[in-house]
Design a protein around this ligand. Structure first.
Ligand SMILES: Cc1cc2nc3c(=O)[nH]c(=O)nc-3n(C[C@H](O)[C@H](O)[C@H](O)COP(=O)(O)OP(=O)(O)OC[C@H]3O[C@@H](n4cnc5c(N)ncnc54)[C@H](O)[C@@H]3O)c2cc1C
Length: 324
């Protein structure tokens, strides 16, 4: 630890204390705290953050309403103060594997840059996976055009701006009733659209109805509206229901193909299983942010997990056991 980014001469071109895969709030927060603990760190980031669709990010203390791009820019600027951190932009880790080198290097990452050329290989004593989630939206033609503008996925992040309007909740998963009850906190005019999926049973529908929430089971033909402002849901058969905003339940996939060869514990949705400090089932391998936990999926939570994991990683490196 503390010896900066070292060059080596063998097939593994460079070696670091920690390689961080994914430079979102979780990865950048971990990098900052690891750098301050004098670790050499390589952050590798493909540059496709989950919240790229939205113009404003809410709920981060001192940065409520800041654009996600600006947040990343500020975080990256802070890292430039620390010489032991390097960031590889627009680069993807295609394989993360274990190694057992005499010098303590335990992980090897194959990195494909956006530039044409052969992949680079780096090694590290520890690795942190903070690659976020990949989202698949229900197949509704214009949904993308409204997503991040007036249709969102996270009530805690964006419901404040939509409060007291007629809202939609669109999804095809069995957690719709739970989500609907949450969103009803911000409006008393909520319609749940199942898009033809059989995911709300009669008992749940009756419970929702008792709270004034309508369930619409017909397929959604498309959303209507203009310039990102949604104004209606058009159902098969032509019925139109007016709305002034909404939420969608995407399907989430941690997209961890690059660790297919690692025998690490994952939950049934594919998230990394970590302890409360971000340790996975493999010594030296950590997870933070949306890739590691079922939620809450929020920027400040991801950043907090990154910071906590960084602290624990340093303790593990030194070999001290603490209350963490
Ligand atoms: C539309 C929308 C609006 C949102 N609004 C808010 C909000 O207002 N407030 C809020 O708190 N949260 C909001 N969120 C949630 C928030 O975006 C996430 O909780 C947060 O970004 C999670 O951070 P992360 O670091 O775990 O992952 P991410 O921010 O997704 O970052 C992961 C990074 O890893 C990179 N990556 C992935 N795979 C690889 C690989 N193999 N190699 C290298 N790099 C890789 C990705 O390109 C990405 O840059 C919103 C989400 C969406 C979709």
């Amino acid at each position: 630890m503390g010896d900066g980014a070292r060059k080596t001469t063998d097939a593994v071109a460079e070696a670091f204390d920690v390689v961080i895969v994914g430079g979102g709030p979780a990865g950048l927060s971990a990098a900052l705290n690891l750098a301050r603990a004098r670790a050499s760190v390589l952050v590798i980031d493909a540059g496709r953050p989950r919240n790229a669709a939205t113009l404003r990010s809410h709920g981060f203390l001192t940065r409520d309403g800041t654009s996600p791009i600006e947040l990343r820019k500020l975080a990256r600027a802070e890292l430039t103060v620390y010489p032991s951190v390097r960031v590889l932009d627009r680069s993807q880790v295609t394989v993360l594997s274990r190694m057992d080198a005499a010098d303590g290097m335990r992980f090897r990452a194959t990195v494909q840059s956006h530039r044409v050329g052969p992949p680079a290989v780096v090694s590290a004593r520890s690795a942190l996976i903070s690659t976020g989630l990949r989202e698949t939206l229900p197949e509704i033609p214009s949904l993308r055009a409204f997503y991040g503008m007036t249709v969102f996925s996270c009530a805690a992040c964006d419901a404040w701006e939509l409060q007291d309007r007629p809202l939609a909740l669109i999804g095809e998963t069995p957690d719709l009733p739970t989500r609907a009850r949450l969103i009803a906190r911000w409006t008393d005019d909520l319609t749940v659209f199942t898009n033809g999926a059989d995911v709300v049973d009669a008992v749940e529908e009756a419970e929702l109805a008792a709270s004034g929430i309508v369930v619409e089971r017909r397929r959604v033909d498309d959303l209507e509206g203009d310039h990102g402002t949604v104004s209606g849901v058009r159902l098969e058969g032509g019925t139109r229901i007016a709305i002034a905003g909404g939420f969608v339940r995407p399907r989430w996939d941690p997209a961890l193909d690059f660790i297919a060869g690692l025998d690490v514990d994952r939950d049934r949705d594919g998230h990394l299983v970590v302890d409360r400090s971000g340790r996975t089932s493999i010594p030296g391998l950590y997870g933070a942010g949306d890739a590691a936990a079922p939620g809450p999926q929020q920027v400040i939570v991801a950043a907090g997990q990154g910071a906590r994991t960084a602290a624990v990683l340093i303790h593990d490196m030194v070999g001290v056991r603490t209350a963490h």
